[in-house]
Every structure is written in C-alpha cells, then in structure tokens.
Design a protein around this ligand. Structure first.
Ligand code: NAD
Length: 515
C-alpha cells in the first residue's frame, strides 16, 4: 500500500492489514466473499474487505431488530443527544474522512470534505428534530372525544447507497432514522466499502459509549445478492434506496411485493435553461461546475443545456474557455478541479456515449477522449465533453438516458415554452435550473406549466443542494424525498388514535346501531 493511502486509512481508524472486516452488528466480522476497494486515480488496490456470509447477514438483520426494540424506548431528545455526539465525532474527523472519500471514490478533496460536512449538517438538523417530531390533536365530531395523530418509531431501516456519495447519503438517512427511534442497516456500494467502514467505526463508538447496542447502526457490505437479501427481508420496514433507475425498478417492485415501505432516489438527467436576459458571468461558471464537477458523477450533474439563440454563441465560447483550462489530475492535490471516473467500466460507458453522439452526427465542441498517456493512464480519466446533437429528439437515447460521465449535450431554442417542453420531455425528474432576471419567467418556471422536476432552481445550477429542503426527484427518479423538509415523516409509523373520555360511545357520522 502506498504511504499516502496507508496514511489516510490509519487517520480514519482503518487497519491496513491484508483483509479487513466489512460487517458490523455490535461486533466486527466477515467470512463471506471478498470485495476489493480500488483507487480510481492510481489503480492501486486499497484493501480487500471480507463481506457477510449468508448466515452472518441473517444474524446481523436479527441483531438490528433486537437493537431496535431497545432503542425505540429511548426518549427522542436523548436520541438527539446521541446524534449530537455523533456530529462532534464526525466533525473531528472531517478532513481525514473527506480525504478517504477522495481516495476511494475519486472526487476532489473539497467535495469529499463537503460530503462529510453534509453529514454533520444533517446531524445538527436531526438534533433539533428530536425535540420537534410532533404529532397533532384533531377536533372530533363526537362530544367528549379527541383524535391524536401519533408518530412512533417505524422499525428497521435499510439504507442501500450508491458509489458517488459514499458518506452523505447514508448520513441523511441515519440522522433522521435515529432521531425517529429506528435501527439502521447500511448496505453501501461494493466499490466504496472503506468509507462505510470508517463512518461505522465512528458512529458505533459513540453508540457503545452511550450504552446503546451498536446494531442500532449495522453495516453489511456486499454486492447485488446481499442487497437482494436485505430488500426481501420481512424484518426491514423501510428500504431507502439510492442508485440507478435500473436497480431501483427491481428494488421498488421487490419491496412493494411484500408491502414494505420504500424511498427511491434514482438517476437524474438534469437541464439548465439560459434565457437571453441571463447574467452570463453567473450562468457560465455554474453550468461548468454542474457538468464537470465530480467528473459528471452527481445524480444532479448538468447533462442538458438549452440556450436561447441570442446568447448561444457567446455562452458556448465562454464555456469552452473554461473547459479548455481544466486539466484532470490527482483529486487529492490542491487546485485539482477534475478527478477520474470511479471505475474502468464508467470509462467504457463514456466512450460508448461519445461514439453514439458521433454516429448521429453530433458536433463535438470539445473533449470526447479518454486519457491513455502516462501519468493519467493508470487512472480512469476522460475529457469533459460538450456536444451539439443535430436535433432535440426526446426519444433519442442521448437525450433520454443518464450517462454517468462529464458529457454535456447542448441545443438552441427560440421560445421559453419550447425549452420547458424539452426540460420535461425526459423520463427522469430530479433537478433543473433556469437562468433569467425576468420575474415573469421565474413565475412560469416554478408554477404549474413549469419544470416538472423535484429540484427547480433559479439562477442556481442543477447540483449542490443544501440539507434544509427535502431532496429528491419525480417520475423515473423515483419520487423519493430525503434529508430536510417533511422527509422525516417517512421514517415513523403514524397512528390515528381516537380517544373517548365521555360516558357515552356514539358512532361517527351519527350512525345508529342500538345493541
Ligand atoms: P447502482 O444502482 O449500480 O447501485 C446502487 C446500490 O444498489 C449498490 O449498493 C448496489 O450494490 C445495490 N444493488 C445492485 N443490484 C441490486 C439488487 N438487485 N438488489 C438490491 N441492491 C442492489 O448505482 P451506482 O452505480 O452505485 O450509483 C449511480 C446511480 O445512483 C446513478 O444513477 C445516480 O444518478 C444515482 N444516484 C441518485 C441519487 C439521488 O438522490 N437521486 C443520489 C446519488 C446517486
């Protein structure tokens, strides 16, 4: 192991021995299949992780259920106090954990640290929430009666997460789930096991120091079969799944078939629309960050760009200048803006998409190639690409599918209605962004005839959400909402309780049924 990698692993408490345990349910273990964590920048194998055997998986689910039965009786403000301590422990390790995200996932260091900050922020939010998860008292139509809506803990929440946010997505779920009194099982992406082991090490220490069973926040690493087994388990009340549309469709159906609850956070295919009155000094860098940031591997990355004819030429010239100035490099190095793709397979997907663009005679304004020369050939580096397809045919694969790589497809429009129609014409509905200074455009954009996505921004790019609002997308993005807003209400079991404190027992709606 390189000195740099072993330094980062040690700083987050991960042993640098040959094989490490990838399962935690109060104890660390793992005697199942081995998965490998590979650095996308250098190709170096960072660790071999021992995942759960089928028996260990069953045991871990059972222990999580037992832990839930203890934890559900802990008063919510005390759960909040534990979250406050988790927040402190994470903040202490913010830089080290951020570096690990950068090393294992491949995003640049400030984005890695930003992800840990997001976990810290949602813990703050959940500490407050732990004193505000209020039910309601409703006026009854019957004298001497009262109706309550009561939130209680839900049970076991399974969090299945994607490779591109190996810390924050779990954070959003863990914080709300713990505040609500649940126990959580985390099944992370098989390509980012080290981030999950580091986070679970930090969280479990806080739980244990508070006398709470560690299995309140269990970890089960593994691949597809592990995911399938967790999703199918009747011991899991809620499956919160973040990943591709393809897998989300399978998971959604599997959970529904046993009448479980699910939250689905699936792929995005996000557009920015630039109006003729837009402030280009704000819009150009924002589109650049949206399309090139995280090497195009955010669910909210900007993938489609619709430019008004009057500003299209100037916009593209200015954008190309920024593209021309960005050089891919080690994501851990200062000043790097563009790191590698996460896997070799992602480079193949990128190349196929470029090939398809060429086959439909799209103009490739910039980019289009993989880096095959040293020193970048050992990593998964590709050129960020801007393409102008000949037409905007919403049925063409290039417009309607999410390619998880830095490829931006641009088109020119003449009227705003046309641009909104294109924005809404794809199956996905995660994020969208309008650039304008005209209030009338703003009103249309956020209203009934406007954007149909879950995140509808104005003079803000498609990516980079804060935790305060509920995050998620519509249509084939899965309709899930996580993080802020009312998202917490999904992590509890609601009871409508009608209570009679009178000396009579009248029926509702005046129904008469004398016995
Ligand atoms: P993926 O769908 O390949 O994997 C996601 C998770 O599902 C992994 O943990 C994986 O092991 C597991 N899995 C695979 N097959 C399974 C099965 N049959 N049953 C149960 N679990 C299974 O996704 P990925 O490549 O890791 O992540 C990229 C995708 O995630 C992109 O589409 C991106 O847009 C999406 N994403 C969405 C959001 C959002 O909030 N909407 C956030 C981040 C990422």
């Amino acid at each position: 192991l390189s000195t740099r990698a072993s330094g980062i692993l040690s700083s987050v408490g991960i042993s640098t021995s040959d094989e490490i345990y990838g399962v935690y349910d109060g104890q660390w273990k793992g005697s199942g299949e081995i998965i490998t964590s590979t650095c996308p920048t250098t190709g170096e194998v960072l660790a071999r992780v021992k995942t759960a055997s089928p028996k260990e998986l069953e045991e871990a689910v059972g222990k999580t259920r037992e832990a839930y039965k203890v934890f559900r009786n802990t008063p919510a403000p005390l759960r909040g106090e534990i979250l406050r301590q988790i927040r402190e422990a994470l903040a202490d390790k913010r830089d080290a954990l951020g570096a690990l995200v950068s090393l294992e996932m491949g995003k640049i260091r400030t984005e890695g640290v930003g992800e840990v900050q997001e976990f810290v922020d949602i813990c703050d939010y959940a500490v407050g929430l732990s004193r505000m998860m209020n039910g309601r008292v409703i006026a009854s139509e019957r004298p001497g009666h009262s109706i309550l809506e009561v939130p209680n803990p839900l049970g076991v929440v399974a969090v299945l997460s994607a490779f591109n946010f190996p810390v924050a997505v779990y954070g959003w779920n863990l914080a709300l789930s713990l505040a609500a009194g649940n126990a959580t099982i985390w099944k992370p992406s098989p390509t980012t096991p080290l981030c999950s082991i580091a986070v679970t090490t930090i969280v479990s220490r806080v739980l244990e120091a508070n006398g709470v069973p560690g299995a309140v926040a269990s970890l089960i690493t593994g691949g597809k079969e592990t995911g399938e087994a967790i999703v199918a388990s009747p011991d899991v009340e809620l499956v919160s799944f973040t990943g591709s549309e393809h897998v989300g469709r399978i998971v959604g159906k599997a959970v529904q078939s046993r009448f479980g609850k699910s939250i689905l956070e699936l792929g995005g295919n996000n557009a920015s629309i630039v109006m003729p009155d837009a402030d280009l000094s704000l819009a150009v860098p924002a589109v650049f960050f949206g399309a090139v940031g995280t090497a195009g591997q955010r669910c909210t990355s900007t993938r489609r760009l619709y430019l008004h004819r009057n500003i299209a030429t100037e916009f593209l010239e200015r954008l190309q200048k920024l593209y021309g100035a960005v050089t891919p490099a080690d994501p851990l190095a200062d000043n790097t803006l563009l790191g590698p793709l996460h896997t070799r397979a992602a480079c193949d997907t990128y190349e196929q998409a470029v090939q398809h663009l060429k086959s439909i005679d799209a103009e490739i304004l910039t980019g289009g190639n993989r880096y095959t020369q040293p020193p970048l050939d050992v990593g998964n580096f590709v050129q960020p690409t801007i393409a102008i397809p000949k037409s905007v045919n919403p049925n063409d694969h290039i417009w309607k599918t999410e390619t998880f790589a830095p490829i931006l497809n641009a088109a020119i429009f003449d009227d705003f209605e046309q641009a909104i129609e294109w924005n809404n014409a794809v199956p996905q509905g995660l994020s969208s962004s309008l650039w304008t200074r005209d209030l009338r455009n703003l009103g249309t954009w956020i209203g009934p005839s406007g954007s149909d996505t879950g995140i509808v921004n104005v003079n803000v790019g498609t990516s980079g959400a804060e935790i305060g609002a509920a995050f998620g997308g519509n249509k084939s993005t899965g309709w899930g909402r996580e993080s802020g807003g009312d998202a917490w209400k999904q992590y509890v079991r609601w009871s409508a309780c009608t209570i009679n404190f009178s000396d009579a027992a009248p029926l509702a709606q005046g129904v008469n049924f004398p016995a």
